[in-house]
Design a binder for this molecule. Sequence first.
Ligand code: SF4
Ligand code: SF4
Length: 413
Amino acid sequence: MDYVKLINCMRCGMCLPHCPTYKETFLETASPRGRVALVRKFQEGELVDTDQFLEYVSLCLDCQACASACPCGVNAGELVAEFRCEKKAGQGLSIIENAILRQLVPHPDRLEAATAPLRLYQLSGLQKLVRSLGLLKMFPAALGRMEGLLPKLPGAPLRKTIDEVTPAQGTEKGTVGFFLGCVMSLIFSEASIATVELLSSLGYKVVTPKDQKCCGAPNMLGHDFEGVKQAARFNTDLFEGDAYDFIVTDCGGCGAELKKYGHHLDGEAKATAFSSKVRDISEILANEAGALKEKLKPLNLKVTYHDPCHIAHCQGIRSQPRALINLVPGIDFRELPEADACCGSAGTYNIEKPEMSDRVLARKLANVEKTGADYLVTSNPGCLLQLKKAMAEQLPQVKVIHLTELLQMSMNG
Ligand code: SF4
Ligand code: SF4
């Protein structure tokens, strides 16, 4: 860990009102400033990693709202994640972590096979029965929460059914490599189908290599940095060369990770070149606003937008999604209060830290309700999972959709 990054904190406290866990607790140990101080004291040998210490740092959502607010460029979320990666490197992965992070996640075929029973669970009607009889209460708490998050799965993973090459419509403007995230393929395939359709309709040839692997974000969440580097090496090799003008993703978490490959691999030329070509779909579409506008038909909807942390804080993308929503004729756009505050999903945080996750989520729901919107748009699978479940249970009048689904809806009239 770079010690200089720790001492850059001048303890001004400007990050405090932006930190979701501090806003809920008002505890210094649950603030970015406090977390930086804790890690610094550990590095200086003045603190040891007791369970209490680890509890303090593990309460961080890694949402990086603190980094957006800090005038000194300190990123408390990233520093905490780096600290946890270093600790994990020293300890090694447990058998379960190894099974999930190394034997399952980087192997799309295994991942897809592992979700097949879930499809059967839904198709057989068993899920409906379990939910209607309230049997989820009998599951272990974490399993019950995971099941509760599971939306209706598509008939097949998109990676299996998508064409490897989708031709451009009209005059070809360029070629993009489509990075299809695992969760997008397995769960939110409709959104990725919309993404490819939009790109193709705007004149891009879309190439989706079928042998691409997970971006490494789950490894980062599991503090398995070696696993992240393995994913980075594989994907940079796969997309190497001049064939692609851009590498596009519609998954905020993937985009944030892919843009860091150069950093993860210590500035290696191939990885840096790869990262420089990565674009979130909203960046590409916003550049095509004129052409896109001509294709859009009116939608008389009240719409609000939740900024995924991985898009707003990690990639600095805020104006493009809003501009795209406002491009649709007839839409009544309502800005969401605290739009860039975390929704409490944060990878597996909503399973591991349910109490804090629920508190952070409750704030988001109250803000969504204030807008009076009937559609909540966002573009990260973690947020989609968390918010779809929460809206279905608590604000059923609000539908949650991906940005590209909204645009496709307008395009198709
Ligand atoms: S992390 Fe940044 S904003 Fe927060 S106290 Fe330190 S210098 Fe100030
Ligand atoms: S990453 Fe988020 S939760 Fe963690 S310290 Fe920063 S603002 Fe707080």
